[in-house]
Design a protein around this ligand. Sequence first.
Ligand code: GAP
Length: 453
Amino acid sequence: MQLQSCEIYFIEVMADLMEKIVSLAKRRGFVFPGSEIYGGIGGIYDLGPLGVELANNIKSAWWRNIVRERENVVGLDSSILMSRKVWHTSGHVESFADSLVECKNCHSRFREDILPKSENCPTCGKKDWTPPRMFNLMFKTRIGPTEEAADETFLRPETAQGIFVNFGNVVDTMRVKLPFGIAQIGKGFRNEITIGNFLFRVREFEMMELEYFTFPKQAERDFEYWQKERMDWFLKVGLNKKNLRFREHEETERAHYAIRSVDIEYNWPFMGWGELEGLANRTDYDLKAHSKESGRDLSYFDEASKKKIFPYVIEPSLGVGRTMLAILIDAYSEEKAPTAEKGESETRVVLKFHPNLAPIKAAVLPLVKDEKLIKIAKDIHKDLKREWNSMYDEAGTIGRRYRRQDEIGTPFAITVDFDTIKDKSVTVRDRDTMKQERVAVKKLASYLPDRLN
Ligand code: GAP
């Protein structure tokens, strides 16, 4: 198929955008390749000082929306390591696998669904594939000091199973009434065959999962409810509506436990529309299976009907890293801006994060390196740090310092100048509009919260 020149141009622009984001993420301390000094490991990344702040802000925005602001959702933090029986019962040992093909010439391996067999090998260009075979994505590990098969288990590929096995404990201790949810944030591990596209598909990642237990006859209605809630959340944290859509899964695409799945898709620069979050109706599959295999009754006693039932489960589930990537892509912007020093214009790179997600909320900058200004600026920074993640910076021209803060998405830059000594006010510069206003130092504590939420 021949590509039009406008399509080639679009692909190049998008590749260029990703390159810029990956480079900025490394250069400014958001994301580092894992074990970099040893050459890195495929699909493993470390979060740098700003990345961990951004991830924490994403997680707390999700936790606040899913747990804190609701009466009927509680939290949980279950272990990564669980009995191997959990993974046999859940169906992951049998079914959590992708179809893999291998190039007979160079032995590169690919996921069959990502690389149709009609294609040539992207590594060596030959077209000589092995027949597809299933490859289980779970990482094997051992618990205890022996090599016995009985001690073998897996690193969890989803946090959801920790919720299902604790269902009875939560019902007994929290007096929750159906419908109710149990939410969890934690690491998941998948030995993905094809990794790449930066944080999009990795082998170790944090997940934010809600298992919402409901009456079977109400499950479809609750599914629709959560679809809307989740889309609204993405808009609330600042993602652009035009980059988001729903996509219903075909029956053949669904996980072994689901009778309905809908993805919230994002329009990724490197692949077009693709999954950002998955919603599934898991039915009573997991609770029933664990009840049967463990011998522990995980049904729920419904007071109204005086009957025991196995609730259905609606599950919205998303990765922290994948969300972070969408947020970085949406926030990245380049614009022309006047230079303070030369009276000319230059390109400024800005991460236009929602202020709530910004890793650093305010930068405090003495206009020049003067002892009096430095002292005032440091005092303001110390004060702000009690409530907000503030950064102090005195290195370089004020213009350079503004650009540095724009590039990491700091919503406010607070400049202390010689007038501050007289009028006890500072200049607050808005990251997006670059407008500056004079604010009394003692009003800063209320000025910022009004604009950060
Ligand atoms: N418990 C349901 C579940 O695990 P999933 O669709 O396989 O569902 C949920 O994963 C979410 O986790 C995805 O929507 C995506 O955001 C994220 N995710 C899955 N695999 C990932 C990977 N290899 N790298 C990064 N994020 C991943």
